[in-house]
Design a protein around this ligand. Structure first.
Ligand SMILES: Cc1cc2nc3c(=O)[nH]c(=O)nc-3n(C[C@H](O)[C@H](O)[C@H](O)COP(=O)(O)OP(=O)(O)OC[C@H]3O[C@@H](n4cnc5c(N)ncnc54)[C@H](O)[C@@H]3O)c2cc1C
Length: 458
């Protein structure tokens, strides 16, 4: 039986562990933190009234096109209809304008649901709606392919300014965490293809917005850990070493030795499933312990990981007993140039997502993709934005999470690190080569692919 180590219990690592165990490997997962989920994990917090609440490291959203992610969640026992609030494609503003799927088109197959949403968007002129429908159909005719060097801004240059500002820019910044002037048009088209024209899975339309009703650790990583332990009951093979940081990696013949605070273990294969930066450092150090040829391969891989640039995402959690939004999620407007800063693009009403959880009532999560300011500045600006745009004057800050290296900057022509590093050593993670931007779906796809490469077919 193949003895496999998975280093990192984020969504990529847990996907790799479940898939490898399913294929008969003896899996040990090492996770440095005490909570599973990595960048998509639960975060405990104290509310201003002294009660406790479960937040997330960052408010997340999934879409119905996340086929691998959703299928894996089901496999480990998550009831998707309970765990996710499914909304038809919509980007409503507080004043009721913005993209909405009309009630009569809910449940229509893709792309008709999205076309109906575009055709009936309030506040848009017919010329703007027709331009968007025409452009989407042209992208479809072209197979959602474009020059790999194109930015999203170049791809969409012919669309009316309002469509760019109210639809393309928020979609681009939330899907790729990169502003449209810098974002890869090819990756953007891949996400649009799956979201607007894909079949969707598990009864969801590809364009459905899926909002977690539980914290992010419960949504998949904790369930995956339970699933692995249940397999353990039958085969006695999977192990989870939480709170164990792997500090050393070196080859030993055809095997790999992992060093950690409790000693060393030897494995037939390793899937390194941390974020890019710790992966790069470990692989670079491992190169010193390899022969010259393997060392050069490892150094080349480390350089490709190091070359990635990263962008931040911040989440401002704020609370007031009577805060309630007109919808579970609203798009917020950028203010005109020279106006007051309005950094948050979206706000989520955690009370509507978790109606039975008392601690979630009145709790709002403001999301700032591609954020650049420091924590205190963002928090102050967001509270003022909430007062101006939503009329919420009494919000108190609960916690502001700034993830400086939230995702890689998804720019045109980017060459991402390969999944296969060298014999017996694979990389998994949202940054590894693949068609998706840094998302849960990208992380899960990468974990599954690494596990399939590392383990023989069952
Ligand atoms: C604030 C924020 C908002 C986001 N919003 C969305 C969204 O709305 N939708 C979406 O699809 N995606 C979103 N993303 C992206 C998504 O969270 C990531 O793409 C995904 O979680 C990456 O998973 P991963 O497994 O590749 O890496 P990680 O989550 O980084 O997991 C790596 C794991 O490795 C562990 N580790 C590191 N070093 C070691 C070591 N030496 N030994 C052992 N363990 C180690 C870490 O503790 C961590 O648990 C968001 C990300 C952030 C930060």
């Amino acid at each position: 039986m193949l003895k496999l180590a998975v280093v990192g219990a984020g969504w990529a690592g847990m996907a790799a562990a479940v898939e490898a165990a399913s294929r008969g490997a003896e899996v040990t997962v090492f996770e440095a933190a005490r909570t599973l989920g990595g960048r998509a994990r639960a975060l405990p917090a104290i509310l201003p009234d002294g009660s406790t609440a479960a937040l997330d490291n960052g408010q997340h959203i999934l879409i119905g096109a996340y086929a691998n992610c959703l299928a894996l969640m089901q496999k480990v026992g998550i009831d998707l209809s309970q765990a996710l609030l499914s909304l038809p494609l919509s980007l409503p503003h507080a004043d009721g304008s913005g993209l909405h799927t009309p009630s009569w088109a809910i449940g229509w197959p893709a792309p008709l649901d999205a076309l109906a949403a575009i055709a009936t968007t309030r506040g848009w002129r017919w010329r703007e709606r027709l331009a968007l429908v025409g452009t989407s159909l042209r992208w479809r005719r072209q197979g959602f392919n474009c020059d790999p060097q194109f930015t999203v801004a170049e791809l969409c240059a012919d669309l009316p300014v309002r469509v760019q500002q109210e639809l393309i820019e928020p979609l681009c910044v939330s899907a790729l965490n990169t502003p449209m002037v810098n974002a890869s048009a090819a990756v953007f088209l891949t996400v649009l293809r799956d979201a607007l024209f894909g079949p969707g899975v598990a009864g969801f339309s590809g364009s459905s917005l899926l909002l977690p009703r539980t914290d992010l650790s419960q949504l998949f990583p904790d369930a995956a850990a339970r699933w692995l332990q249940q397999q353990d009951g039958s085969t006695g093979t999977s192990r989870l070493r939480i709170g164990t940081r792997v500090s050393m990696l070196r080859p030993q013949g055809a095997q790999w030795v992992l060093g950690h605070e409790d000693g060393e273990d030897v494995f037939d294969a390793v899937i390194w499933a941390t974020a890019a930066s710790p992966a790069e450092k470990t692989v670079r150090q491992a190169a010193d312990a390899c022969d010259d040829a393997t060392g050069a391969v490892l150094m080349a891989w480390a350089r490709s990981a190091r070359a990635l640039n990263h962008t931040a995402i911040s989440t401002v959690y704020a609370w007031s007993a009577d805060a309630r939004l007109p919808a579970p999620m609203l798009a917020l407007r950028a203010e005109p140039a020279g106006g007051a800063p309005a950094p948050a693009q979206f706000v989520f009403d955690r009370g509507q997502l978790n109606p039975l959880d008392r601690s979630a009532q009145g709790l709002l999560a403001f999301v700032i993709s591609a954020s650049s300011d420091d924590r205190d500045t963002l928090q102050a600006q967001v509270l003022e934005q909430a007062a101006r745009q939503l009329g919420l004057h009494g919000l108190q800050p609960v916690q502001t999470v700034v993830e400086k290296r939230a995702t890689f900057a998804c720019t045109p022509g980017l060459v991402r690190p390969a999944q296969a590093i060298t014999q017996g050593l694979w990389a998994a993670g949202d940054y590894v080569e693949g068609p998706y931007p840094a998302t849960l779906e990208g992380a899960v796809r990468s974990g599954l692919a690494a596990a399939r490469s590392a383990t023989p077919a069952p």
